[in-house]
Design a protein around this ligand. Structure first.
Ligand SMILES: [Zn+2]
Length: 261
């Protein structure tokens, strides 16, 4: 069985001591390649540099998280454009809107979200999207570009049914994380995942965050790792009433096609 983690924050400081080991444990568990999420100009540069050392095993995205919109300038977008030319960089993002925490002013979030969508349209790369408590603005902006975007994925989807259906209507892929393993917060997702067409479904850990709550062997430090993607797949297969191997194959195929890897 082989599966791909489409969202891992591998350059996060919690992996500083054992990054290579984390990648190797993932490979040993059948989780490979990994797609490292770029969340700021700096982290996107570092991610691409690291990923380029492991061709075929690691890829990365280049983007600015809405939390970081406040530090963006037109120069930032130019630098993302340069990064996007590297072989290991397979998507623009993560980018989007986050009105849950409002770490950046909303007008700046919208401005740099749109700039990154335009970059995706120009480069032909897919978009790796983040949305929290910002559905209406997010949808309105995305809809303008839907015909020019090659592919897009709403990563770590945790929203409502109407939102899911709207995203699917735009042709979005949907990324499911260990949120589905949370019997409190993730309960509503159990019904919603059944509405995702098989060819639009992808899986991710968002490690080191979102450690699946129902892991049997819980890590002592609470850190999530890409190898736990197997557990997320298992949980998802259970709720979809599907064979785990079949689901692995389907999501693997979707991911290869989506990122053109
Ligand atoms: Zn995110």
């Amino acid at each position: 069985m082989k599966i791909i983690d489409i969202g891992i924050n591998l350059m996060h400081r919690s992996f500083n001591e054992d990054r290579e080991q984390v990648v190797q444990s993932a490979i040993d568990a059948g989780v490979s390649p990994l797609i490292i999420t770029g969340t700021s100009e700096r982290s996107s540069i570092i991610a691409a540099k690291y990923a380029s050392k492991y061709p075929g095993k690691l890829y990365s995205t280049a983007g600015i998280h809405p939390h970081d919109a406040k530090s963006c300038t037109p120069e930032t977008i130019k630098n993302l454009e340069k990064l996007a030319k590297q072989d290991c960089v397979v998507a623009i993002g993560e980018c989007g809107l986050d009105y849950n925490r409002d770490f950046s002013p909303r007008d700046l979030q919208r401005k740099y979200f749109e700039a990154q969508i335009q970059l995706a349209c120009e480069t032909g790369l897919p978009l790796f999207l983040h949305e929290r408590d910002a559905f209406e603005d997010f949808y309105r902006i995305l809809e303008k570009y839907k015909n020019d975007i090659s592919h897009m994925v709403v990563h770590c989807f945790t929203g409502r049914k109407e939102e899911l259906l709207a995203y699917l209507g735009l042709g979005c892929h949907i990324g499911i994380t260990g949120w589905i393993c949370d019997e409190r917060r993730g309960k509503h997702l159990i019904d919603l995942v059944k509405l995702i067409p098989q060819d639009k479904l992808m899986i991710e850990t968002d490690a080191p965050f979102l450690t699946p709550r129902n892991l049997e062997d819980k890590p002592k430090d609470g850190r999530n790792e890409p190898r736990y993607l197997v557990h997320i797949l298992d949980e998802l297969a259970y709720h979809l009433d599907e064979d785990m191997e079949d689901l692995a194959e389907q999501t693997y195929k979707n991911t290869k096609r989506f990122f053109n890897i």
